[in-house]
Design a protein around this ligand. Sequence first.
Ligand SMILES: Cc1cc2nc3c(=O)[nH]c(=O)nc-3n(C[C@H](O)[C@H](O)[C@H](O)COP(=O)(O)OP(=O)(O)OC[C@H]3O[C@@H](n4cnc5c(N)ncnc54)[C@H](O)[C@@H]3O)c2cc1C
Length: 502
Amino acid sequence: GLPGDLFALSVASKLRVDRNSTARASSDFGRIVAAAPEAVLHPATPAEIAELVRFSASSPSPFPVAPRGQGHSARGQSLAPGGVVVDMRALASRRGRVNVSAGAAPYVDAGGEQLWADVLRATLEHGLAPRVWTDYLRITVAGTLSNAGIGGQAFRHGPQIANVLELDVITGTGDMVTCSRDKDSDLFFAVLGGLGQFGIITRARIGLMPAPKRVRWVRLAYSDVATFTKDQELLISKRASEAGFDYVEGQVQLNRTLTEGPKSTPFFSSSDIGRLAGLASKSVSGVIYVIEGTMYYNESTSTTMDQKLESILGQLSFEEGFVFTKDVRYVQFLDRVREEERVLRSIGMWDVPHPWLNLFVPRSRILDFDAGVFKGVFAGANPVGVILMYPMNTNMWDDCMMAVASDDDVFYAVGLLRSAAVIGDVERLEKENEAVLAFCHNEDIGCKQYLPYYTSQDGWQRHFGAKWSRVADLKAKYDPHRILSPGQRIFSSPASMVVVSM
Ligand SMILES: Cc1cc2nc3c(=O)[nH]c(=O)nc-3n(C[C@H](O)[C@H](O)[C@H](O)COP(=O)(O)OP(=O)(O)OC[C@H]3O[C@@H](n4cnc5c(N)ncnc54)[C@H](O)[C@@H]3O)c2cc1C
């Protein structure tokens, strides 16, 4: 249990210990592990969080404290068995937690607990928007900055962490620090991609750009992986001043997903799916690839946009006739997964286990990875969900930050975002994930996990590589009692986490 004198603090009135509150904070989007905290803090101010952390850090038996954003992790990263989960979203109801500065170098100050969807709404009121987006916007600013925050704009602007100018952080000793590249920079760099290990982010200042009004949204199908990756790499080599896409992602489609999966999606009509399935059945492996690109524009630039698009398409080698186009509002594009969420919720497929595996694969080994995984481990598999695959430029990642990228100049984000549809699926999907990791290890693919998860400190040391000693030193400096975000299992392995089954 928690020390009794905790309940004598002024912040104690914000602690909830009832089963309803602790149960809500005991699992996450992954639905794979579960563990209840002793209490949940619903803070009204960052100072209350600092008071709680200070109390734990100075107690003879410090207890774990885990900030929880939207709890959209997959492996219990926001849990605090035996300790206190801080429900960061409680801060969101306070006024003034998102402020836009629309000067010559515009930025937004956003509470760490804010959803990206709410940041977007506030910045658009000034005709501005952050440059880089995750695919899904119902996750918190600090939750993604603790990882990196990647998406189809990252090839040009770096991950979300590369667009942060300043942070307010509560360290593991309960100190409230404002840090940036120029002030307490070791803390600033540690927290960005720092998996919640060095401090709790309560505010992030993020650079903005003028927001476009509309988006031309294009998908192009390929049956040959080498042509697909060559075209993706051409697209991410383009500068903003050249004719190119503003966003580049890609998907891998297995034949059985096309024939047995949904008959239509928010993007593809049923006849589109039929044509794609036809393409997949003609390819020897049954695997096809889809580049997803967008061009931003406003009414006044629509003619030049059409010309630029034509010029780009002329440089690419997709299967003839396999170009699919949509034209939508900018917000509609950014918030596109919302629509998929609605569909999945309506068929009971949102609140299911998500044994997701995300990898960064170096460009030099992506074709080996494709052969070994999509045409090897996954041959005959029927994954329910999405497989993402798109390249990013390594030079847009700042190596001072804790997030781990790849050594190659270009690397691919590969997201195996599969859902367990029926009982027994979790075990099968987990076995396939293990087979993917074993293949990468045995073939020395040199991949890194994104949203990483390891069960041993050895795994973490290999993951951070040359950064490991910095991770250990900064942990000793900023969270010496190792109380923050224990669910990452880097410095402690919470014994009470249990594997849940559906
Ligand atoms: C449908 C879906 C789509 C996704 N798409 C993308 C994508 O396109 N790109 C991408 O990069 N990621 C993506 N993600 C992953 C997502 O970025 C991470 O899971 C992220 O952690 C979720 O944010 P959250 O607020 O739910 O964090 P939580 O799960 O609540 O927390 C994550 C970790 O951060 C810590 N943390 C939370 N708040 C703070 C804080 N204020 N300060 C310090 N540490 C904190 C927690 O303790 C925990 O360890 C997606 C996830 C889902 C479910």
